[in-house]
Write a protein that binds this ligand. Structure first.
Ligand code: GRF
Length: 201
């Protein structure tokens, strides 16, 4: 069985798209792959209750609980890793997970850690991607699914989708257009990986 764990921080619409694709395309029977758990650093993440309603295991590892530690980031990542590894996942899927991860964490999940980023990487890593694309006068924007490496929002690209930037666009309207594409390409990229697990390393 190929286990998958999803990490979220907020609304979790990408998580919902992944869970829906797993059900619709019958990942369990076709690829012996299942989404086991959803973990959030944010106890108020809206996606958590949705995941629970779907019968998925949910966990909170709150980064704020580690702020008084000598090395808060490392302590948080270690606790997160422990929580994830209970499921022995072959893939860990970041879906709107808004934490920068330590090299130790990234190294532990080498080739198994996937992210979706709302820009056409390598342009616009980091935050406020849509506003930056509009500000720079870009005519196209998009989203990227990629393997996670130690450089923020870099790493081998697995899938991309392109959308036009319209003259009337605000950050919000562009974000909404990009998000609809995220919901398509993230499940597609994951399905590609679970279809050929041996090609993932
Ligand atoms: C998405 O654009 C995702 O790529 C970004 O955060 C946004 C919200 O995602 N990192 P979600 O609805 O929580 O999946």
């Amino acid at each position: 069985m190929q286990n998958m764990v999803i990490l979220i921080s907020g609304g979790g619409s990408n998580m919902m798209a992944l869970v829906a694709a797993a059900q619709k395309n019958n990942w369990a029977d076709r690829y012996q792959a299942r989404i086991c758990a959803v973990i959030s650093n944010n106890p108020d993440a809206k996606g958590l209750s949705w995941a629970k309603d779907q019968g998925l295991s949910t966990h909170v590892v709150n980064h704020k609980d580690f702020l008084l530690q000598a090395e808060p980031r490392r302590a948080f990542d270690q606790a997160l890793q422990q929580c994830i590894d209970v499921y022995q996942p072959s893939l860990v899927l970041l879906a709107g997970f808004m934490r920068i991860l330590t090299p130790e964490f990234v190294g532990h999940y080498h080739d198994r850690l996937i992210n979706i980023h709302p820009s056409l990487l390598p342009t616009f890593p980091g935050l406020h991607t849509h506003e930056r694309a509009i500000e720079a006068g870009f005519k196209f924007a998009g989203a990227t699914v990629h393997k996670v490496t130690n450089e923020l929002d870099h790493g081998p690209i697995l899938a991309q989708a392109v959308v036009p930037v319209l003259p009337s666009d605000t950050g919000q309207t562009l974000a909404a257009r990009v998000l609809t594409q995220e919901h398509i390409i993230y499940p597609q990229a994951v399905e590609q990986m679970i279809k050929q697990p041996s090609a993932n390393v």
